[in-house]
Ligand binder design. Structure first.
Ligand code: NIG
Ligand code: FE
Length: 412
């Protein structure tokens, strides 16, 4: 199958060389080509250029993109798409005055989702998760990381990871699986957290690493959840089983989680709503991608990740959704990009870089995804006719995505 997209008003995130990360001032640079064409063969971007060079090209399918923007699809490097039911009742409790932490300490929150998930069949869990995945694909997401973490027992965590594996096999989107066994301490371990950490280290990690059911190891490093010591033990055990760290840190409190992630060469440190100057220092000269989740800040009314401090310090930044039932019941990357511009003072260029190439980096796939580059996978967004790419974050809440191509296939 070959597809030729012609008369593209502006082809966005065009890279002549295979750039795999953008940092600091370079994040303001978003290379584009006006009045362009893009040629896809099978699942690969094979050529692009100005319209005047496209006369002799042939393809089985030709798409006229007059007035439209064409760009790489979103790379969402942090989600919890696999969950059962929802927590809309807790949403109302929060409106009526309870905090996220108060709800969690009453046995709601993650433990509430874990109970629902444990009582849901694998087939039903797959069905609910696939529905969410298909929804975000239509919103332009072509690659997505998915975490376990609502099982909190060995069988239930493995059930989640098997659902992720099935999504990976049966969906067109590119998927990376993460073990987040240390997401919350189950009630039965309330007074004996160490035994739960033992279970994660001695049973969950070895089982999840078998057949590469998981590729990453995550921990919710936060007061009331897992301490620096717990996190360190779990990261070490994960690394021994070839799982790469990608961790939740600094959501509510900054107490050294970022430096710990850097010490263990985490691929990413995510959330970062609370950042101390030493957290920014720790990230300098590291290969760790800081990841901001602005929809979570929006939904919980907590601070936004200080993107300007991070980028102005010369660091990279990625944007992801955090799609989950408790803190972010939305997987819409368009909203994430818009909110990053509006609330975090990122320019549209920075936000698009953060949601494409840097998001791909935070999943270890930026050599194949995240930009328009010859030889890369053809995961493409075609917008409705719009005045320019900055119109995407400007018109927040609109769905401006007309067509999506994943692996060289038009998504119906
Ligand atoms: O990334 N912070 C920890 N985990 C999720 C929320 C989990 C939940 O409330 O269900 C997050 O925001
Ligand atoms: Fe999360």
């Amino acid at each position: 199958m070959s597809i030729l997209i012609k008369n593209i008003k502006e082809l966005v995130q065009v890279r002549e060389t295979n750039v795999t990360i953008v940092k600091g001032k370079d994040m303001k640079v978003l290379p584009t080509l006006k009045n362009a064409y893009l040629l896809i063969e099978h699942d690969t971007i094979v050529e692009f250029g100005p319209m005047e060079d496209c006369e002799d090209l042939y393809a089985e399918e030709v798409i006229d993109a007059t007035g439209k923007i064409v760009m790489p699809s979103w790379c969402d490097s942090h989600t919890h798409i696999v969950y059962a039911g929802n927590r809309s009742k807790e949403f109302v409790d929060r409106i009526n005055g309870l905090s996220y932490e108060e709800i969690a300490s009453r046995g709601g929150g993650i433990l509430n989702s874990a109970e629902k998930l444990q009582n849901t069949s694998e087939e039903e869990l797959y069905k609910q998760s696939l529905e969410r995945l298909n929804k975000v694909i239509k919103l332009g997401t072509g690659a997505v990381e998915i975490k376990s973490g609502y099982g909190l027992t060995v069988p239930a965590e493995l059930k989640m990871l098997r659902v992720i594996r099935r999504l990976k096999k049966e969906s067109q989107a590119y998927i990376k699986p993460t073990l987040l066994g240390a997401h919350a301490v189950p009630l039965e371990y309330k007074n004996d957290k160490q035994s739960y950490v033992d279970l994660v280290v001695n049973e969950m990690i070895p089982e999840a690493a078998k057949d590469r059911l998981a590729e990453y190891i995550d921990v919710f490093c936060e007061q009331g959840y897992f301490s620096l010591e717990d996190t360190e033990r779990i990261l070490k055990a994960g690394i021994e089983h070839d799982l790469i760290p990608k961790i939740h840190v600094n959501q509510f409190n900054a107490f050294g989680g970022v430096a710990l992630g850097v010490k263990y060469n985490a691929l990413s440190v995510d959330h970062l709503e609370e950042m101390a100057p030493e957290d920014i220092e720790a990230l300098k000269d590291s290969n760790t991608m800081p990841v901001a989740l602005p929809s979570c800040s929006y939904f919980l009314s907590i601070p936004y990740t200080p993107a300007r401090d991070i980028i102005d310090a010369g660091l990279p930044l990625a944007l992801a959704t955090d799609y989950n039932p408790g803190s972010t019941p939305s997987g819409n990357m368009n909203f994430v990009v818009s909110t990053a511009c509006i609330k975090m003072k990122m320019t549209p260029e920075e936000a698009i870089n953060a949601a494409t190439i840097n998001g791909a980096y935070a999943m270890g796939i930026s050599n194949m995804y995240g930009s328009i580059c010859r030889g890369k996978k053809a995961n493409i967004i075609i917008t409705k006719p719009i005045s320019g790419y900055e119109y995407l974050p400007y018109a927040f809440g609109d769905n401006l995505i007309e067509q999506v191509i994943i692996n060289g296939q038009l998504v119906k």
